[in-house]
Design a protein around this ligand. Structure first.
Ligand code: SF4
Ligand code: SF4
Length: 211
């Protein structure tokens, strides 16, 4: 049921995104993003997991990429640079402000990001775009890390099977080599429920952060 609700929400917001973009009202979408940025303080990065059109198109793209055997095992080193999302953010803000105000040029930055997310995900795992490229993800991580409610693991139940790791699109859940228990990083977590739904021990649940 939760999976259906999440997918339905994704499709609805993808429709809203397409409508907003075709009407040329990018500011409206940035307004939605701004609200979710604050919401992340309470609920975590639900924008990334439930609302973001990039994430929504990346899910079938990843499936297709695996079917066609296009996925590389590892992303190249330069693509793991922590500075890329910052560069993307600066380019995005510059494109939206300086170019528009001085030269009157309006670049369809959201559309460009959407296409980029598809291209990158055809070749690399989704966490490459989510964690190493997306400027919106960078901003969401600032507030998401303080999320009051988030996915978390009950260590008494966790058996360290790593199934959660295999379905996480953002490398937010890692099973410790030392104690073989999973831990979720709310800074990276999209609150997508993939891990919770696959965990064979029902060790993962969404709730008030314990520490
Ligand atoms: S899927 Fe569940 S039991 Fe397996 S490592 Fe993750 S939290 Fe632990
Ligand atoms: S930790 Fe779980 S809820 Fe968070 S992004 Fe990964 S799979 Fe989704």
């Amino acid at each position: 049921m939760i999976k259906v609700s999440i997918n339905l929400t994704r499709i609805i917001f993808l429709g809203i995104f397409i409508l907003i973009i075709t009407k040329g009202a990018m500011v409206m979408w940035l307004g939605i993003f701004g609200v979710t940025l604050l919401l992340a303080l309470l609920l975590g990065r639900v924008f990334c997991g439930w609302i973001c059109p990039m994430n929504t198109v990346m899910i079938p793209t990843e499936w297709l990429s695996k079917k066609l055997n296009l996925q590389a095992k590892e992303a190249p080193g330069w693509l793991k640079s922590k500075s890329i999302p910052w560069i993307m953010l600066i380019v995005m803000i510059s494109a939206m402000t300086i170019l528009k105000r001085i030269f009157g040029i309006e670049i369809p930055i959201l559309l460009i990001l959407l296409i980029l997310s598809v291209i990158v995900t055809l070749r690399y795992k989704p966490e490459v775009f989510h964690n190493n490229i997306c400027p919106f993800g960078l901003l969401q991580s600032f507030t998401g890390r303080f999320a009051l409610f988030t996915e978390q693991v009950n260590h008494d139940k966790c058996i360290g099977c790593k199934m959660c790791e295999s379905v996480c699109p953002s490398e937010a859940v890692i099973v410790s080599k030392q104690n073989k228990k999973a831990n979720i990083n709310s800074l990276l977590c999209h609150q997508c429920f993939n891990c919770q739904l696959i965990c064979p021990e029902n060790a993962i649940s969404y709730g008030k952060k314990k520490n």
